[in-house]
Design a protein around this ligand. Sequence first.
Ligand SMILES: Cc1cc2nc3c(=O)[nH]c(=O)nc-3n(C[C@H](O)[C@H](O)[C@H](O)COP(=O)(O)OP(=O)(O)OC[C@H]3O[C@@H](n4cnc5c(N)ncnc54)[C@H](O)[C@@H]3O)c2cc1C
Length: 299
Amino acid sequence: MTYDTIIVGGSFAGLSAALYLARARRSVLVLDTGKPRNRFATASHGFFAQDGSDPKVMLDTMRGQVAVYPTVKFRDQKALEVERNGDAFKVVLADGEVVTGSKLLLAFGVSDILPDIPGIAERWGKTVIHCPYCHGYEFSEKRLGVLNLTPVSVHQASLIPEWGPTTFFLNGAPIAPDAKITLEQRGVAIEPEPVVGLIGEGSDLTAVRLGNGSELPLDALFIGPMSRFNSDIAERLGCAIDQGPLGSIVTVDEMKATSIPDVYAAGDITRMGHTVTFACADGVMAALAIHRSLAFGGQ
Ligand SMILES: Cc1cc2nc3c(=O)[nH]c(=O)nc-3n(C[C@H](O)[C@H](O)[C@H](O)COP(=O)(O)OP(=O)(O)OC[C@H]3O[C@@H](n4cnc5c(N)ncnc54)[C@H](O)[C@@H]3O)c2cc1C
């Protein structure tokens, strides 16, 4: 059969779209490899009615609610290749199956490229965090740090004093005089030494180890890493892509249509600010656009 829509990525954006399309009585196939970006965190914050919930429980609940609708099917498979085939798209799955859909929604998310510093990866989403609105409150008035990774890091460091006393770790890099003044005005301490390791039991953080051998006590380290798409399908379809300061972004209009007809995109791959709320809203918007296009034609 040809599905009305194939959704690549069954997490917050993809499942939100699937729910709306299902409620519009359209056939949907959701492809998912089960690796949502926030899987490293034990609690998700800021999404109403779910503040503090386990993200896995949230997604299991969402998927369960979508699965009730008879027009939705799931395959826990990676979408490997996509090509247009007349009026439809042919999607090749990792197990070799080929599925066909009239519309395509890309919601495959991004992955964070963590700095190669011992102790960061195992604390990611717990005491090494990126979004203060998601996880800053839990570290209110604790000893906070920001690691200098990209030009955006200065902005991040100037924001974090809202949550507690902040040190900006230059990590061996220079700092522009105007950035230094901005941070000093915000009361941010500046540490020039490179960070060579993180210290603490398990995923706890008690200090960072510096290149000169000293240790600086710390409870949480904020980082703003670069990210990359989880799939190259958007590029291979020829979708227009913008370069954001922290990674690529699929260009979409306000209805989440990409530059390629019948291809829509939603969630982290389409924006700079990344939250569950935005991803769900994007999925809903894309579903409305897809449904209108299915009903009336056009993009
Ligand atoms: C550590 C951490 C903590 C966070 N905490 C919060 C928080 O507290 N509150 C908040 O609002 N936001 C939080 N976020 C942000 C939030 O995780 C993202 O904004 C949200 O997950 C984006 O949803 P998405 O559906 O766009 O992508 P994702 O949730 O990343 O889902 C993409 C899905 O697509 C699948 N996929 C990828 N490639 C393919 C393919 N080729 N074929 C099939 N499936 C594929 C993946 O396996 C995954 O299931 C956090 C992020 C991180 C990194």
